[in-house]
Ligand binder design. Structure first.
Ligand code: FES
Ligand SMILES: [Fe+2]
Length: 350
């Protein structure tokens, strides 16, 4: 059975990755071709010519105005995927059409809908507004993961691993020591996991970027909208400093750590990461530091999850795991993903 959840929106790319060059990425096992029309709209269609399957992203395939010309025998397709010209005859076969995908550009991401296009409601795309909002500065990237997407979901929903896997970057002892609270909003389809540390050491990631020298109040509020979008609302303030009664929070530093978890295949994943901050907005040194450090942290996760994928791929079916309190959020996410996939609920999903 496939572990990939169909009929869902997935992040396929950053908007900046797609221009007037032919760009291909495999999303949920489907090779998809992306390019921008002359007016700037993003298109998404199958990256396989209907004639002999030549990839339209491969040279010498090319764009000609708002059409893409197959580099093998010249079948030519419009922005909607419909074939508009074939060589040697004027009659174009009725079935000469590339599968096209609903696509939306939002919050700096390009989202595609994988599944039945009739079910593609754009209002269901989860939001990450900070990534393209005035008053925030964002650094971002994407790392390929040779592991199934569910391992990254597990990883991100349990941040106690920061203490061990990311010590010296974002981990301090208090992260693993502090209990979490988990809430599931079944109607909205969101898993929340919170860990609020009243008096914690400030890890280098935040000490260097904010300039705080002493101990901190550190809040980690996770919001995961299966299958694709994860946000960690991170609040950093000098120890004891809390938001005002009216909800304003001028003395804290806010960081929105956003991940888009997009299956490439059953056993590989596009790990999109972004770090948006509401301080030091024009400080390139802070941007460079956060970009380099977050990428390092992501690569620490990638290395661990790549190992884990190789190990569990060789485990006999029905292997046992042992879950504890820190896994509550991850287990809730698994149940929600299993339900979205139309699979058996709760217990069988574990
Ligand atoms: S494979 Fe594309 S035109 Fe023949
Ligand atoms: Fe991690």
């Amino acid at each position: 059975m496939t572990s990939i959840v169909n009929n869902q929106w997935y992040v396929a790319a950053y908007g900046r990755e797609i221009g007037r060059d032919l760009f291909s990425r495999t999303i949920c096992g489907e090779s998809i071709l992306f390019w921008r029309t002359e007016a700037g709209a993003v298109t998404a269609m199958s990256d396989r010519c209907v004639h002999r399957r030549f990839p339209l992203s491969e040279s010498p395939s090319h764009l000609l105005g708002d059409t893409v010309v197959c580099g093998y025998h010249g079948f030519t397709y419009g922005a909607d995927g419909k074939c508009v010209a074939v060589p040697g005859q004027s009659r174009i076969p009725r079935t000469a059409r590339l599968r096209s995908y609903p696509v939306v550009e939002q919050d700096s991401f390009v989202w595609v809908f994988i599944g039945d296009p009739a079910l593609a409601e754009t209002t269901r795309i989860p939001r990450a507004p900070w990534l393209a909002l005035d008053g925030w500065t964002t650094v971002s990237g994407m790392e390929p993961l040779a592991a199934r997407a569910s391992l990254l979901v597990d990883n991100l929903l349990d941040l106690s691993h920061e203490t061990y896997l990311h010590g010296g970057y974002i981990g301090t002892p208090e992260v693993a020591e502090t209990p979490i609270t988990t809430e599931v909003d079944e109607d909205a389809g969101i898993v929340y996991v919170s860990r609020r540390m009243a008096d914690a050491a400030c890890p280098p990631f935040y000490a260097k970027s904010t300039g705080i020298t002493g101990r901190i109040t550190r809040w980690q509020d996770i919001e995961y909208t299966p299958p694709c979008l994860y946000t960690l609302h991170s609040r950093i303030a000098p120890a004891g400093v809390l938001p005002h009664d009216d909800g304003t929070d001028p003395d804290a530093f806010h960081v929105e750590v956003v991940y888009a978890i997009t299956p490439e295949t059953e056993h590989s994943t596009h790990d999109f990461w972004a770090v948006a901050r509401d301080f030091a907005l024009d400080d390139q040194g802070v941007s460079d530091f956060l970009a380099e450090n977050n990428r390092t942290v992501v690569l620490q996760d990638v290395a661990a999850l790549d190992v884990l994928e190789r190990v569990i791929a060789t485990e006999p079916d029905g292997y046992q795991e042992l879950s504890i309190n820190i896994d509550t959020g991850g287990l809730a996410a698994r149940r929600m993903l299993a339900r979205l996939a139309g699979a058996a609920p709760a217990s069988a999903a574990r």
